[in-house]
Design a protein around this ligand. Structure first.
Ligand code: DLL
Length: 433
């Protein structure tokens, strides 16, 4: 099934007309209503009237995550504050968060994008969607919720965690579709096996999994252990949340809702737009959003685009499943964390040295596990466990409180962490993502 046949199967030339029209309108609005963008247009020497074709987008300035942080909370608002009906924030809990402020029309756009995504993954009216993405400021829970409501499915807003109850609800209400992070889905499968519950006895036939990197190997495991079809769903807070792109039944790239979110691939070093098929940094422009529309947002996600009619009938451009990031952002159980944020906590401790290493692995339960190894200063290092325990729990608590991650802290003897001659290798990621 295709949710919006007209748009999703539209010839590219017709789609492009719509895109240019909306891009021109967007440029006008940003120039008139958002000082931040007016300044950027002026600095770049461009005017909204310079947009004559979709390729002209390359004349317009980029937006970066740092700029979004600098304009917190409402610096990028393009409407009156009273028009905002809902806000969300990026999943990292520290630093200055990135805000998405939605008007009613934005919520409608979100619902439409998500309705298309869920339909691509095989959901529809009559389905019971167990939505185990977190509800709250994170966009996963409510984004899927709005899409599920739009397609007329029955949505169970169970949110993440409490796996015992997930399985009971799944069984008792006959859930047919699951939405959560890929790692959590594997945890559910493993937990079920431990409890002697067979996933074969569940009715779940498919699911939309995203919000963190995953691989084809993981898909195979998920499909084998959960007995379902696993589809990749992509999105980000800055653009709208989930609902930006999703895999169809071909499971061969994610169709981008490009009438709403215009994708480009650029060379991350030069900013030059790359042709289809070439790998680079993914950039998005929200073509129709009202509250916090965004121009050429540099996602730092790496992928490439392909065009052509897909065997599912859709003509929308496809992005390859994500192939990494241009920065060192880690996604730990769905929470975005930069190594520098961990460093900030460590350097504030009087007892530790700025020599540390972050080791990330997928534990036995398929969930991300983080170990932080940090050297203790000579004068504070002690063989007495009691003395060291206090420091360990202070670091652990700070990380939980400020970053929202649970880490195992290993206090190391002075000079025990390998020194590097060049760039220090702060992160050892063993997850093979
Ligand atoms: O993770 C939105 C979302 C919710 C997407 C539910 C899918 C499902 P943020 O917390 O802002 O938003 O994180 C966005 O997560 O730039 C990617 O690096 C990563 N990411 C999201 N989806 C995928 C995916 C939500 N399917 C950041 N594969 C993005 C790999 C993903 N990485």
């Amino acid at each position: 099934m295709i949710w919006n046949e007209k748009i999703e199967t539209m010839p590219q030339s017709d789609l492009e007309k719509m895109q240019v029209e909306n891009l021109s309108k967007l440029a006008e609005t940003l120039y008139k209503k958002v000082d931040f963008y007016k300044k950027k247009f002026d600095e770049a020497g461009v005017k909204p009237s310079d947009i004559q074709s979709i390729k002209d987008i390359a004349k317009l300035p980029f937006t970066t995550k740092d700029e979004l942080r600098l304009t917190y909370p409402y610096g990028l608002l393009a409407v009156d504050e009273t028009e905002i009906v809902e806000i969300h924030q990026s999943s990292g809990t520290t630093g200055t968060p990135v805000v998405d402020a939605y008007t009613q029309k934005d919520i409608d756009i979100w619902s439409e994008g998500m309705a298309r995504c869920l339909t691509m993954a095989g959901a529809g009216k009559g389905d019971v969607i167990q939505n185990a993405y977190g509800y709250g400021l994170f966009t996963g829970g409510l984004g899927v919720h709005y899409g599920a409501r739009a397609i007329g499915a029955n949505v169970i807003p169970i949110s993440g965690g409490n796996t015992d109850r997930q399985l009971k609800v799944m069984k008792d209400f006959g859930a047919t579709f699951l939405t959560c992070t890929p790692s959590y889905s594997l945890y559910i499968a493993e937990f079920a096996a431990e409890q002697g519950i067979s996933m074969k006895d569940m009715k779940v036939k498919a699911g939309a999994f995203g919000a963190e990197p995953w691989t084809e190997e993981m898909r195979r495991e998920m499909e084998a252990h959960l007995h379902l079809d696993a589809y990749d769903i992509y999105g980000l807070t800055e653009i709208i949340g989930p609902g930006v792109a999703n895999e169809c039944e071909c499971k061969d790239g994610l169709h981008v809702n490009e009438d709403l979110f215009y994708p480009e691939i650029i060379n991350p070093e030069t900013g030059e737009v790359l042709p289809d098929g070439q790998k680079g940094e993914l950039v998005f422009t929200t073509l129709t959003k009202e509250g916090t529309p965004i121009l050429r947002y540099r996602t730092r996600d790496i992928t490439y685009l392909t065009r052509g009619t897909c065997s599912c009938g859709r003509t929308s451009v496809k992005m390859h499943r994500l192939m990494g990031r241009t920065d060192d952002m880690l996604i730990i159980r769905g929470v975005n964390v930069f190594p520098t944020q961990i460093e900030e906590i460590l350097v504030q401790m009087e007892e530790t040295q700025p020599h540390y290493q972050i080791v990330v692995d997928r534990g036995q339960k398929h969930l991300d596990e983080v170990e932080v190894w940090v050297e203790v200063k000579d004068e504070f290092f002690s063989d007495e466990t009691r003395k060291m325990e206090g420091l360990r729990s202070r670091i652990k608590d700070e990380m939980k409180h400020k970053l929202g991650i649970s880490a195992v802290i290993k206090l190391m003897e002075p000079k025990s962490i390998e020194r590097s001659i060049g760039k220090a290798k702060r992160v050892v990621d063993k997850r093979n993502l």
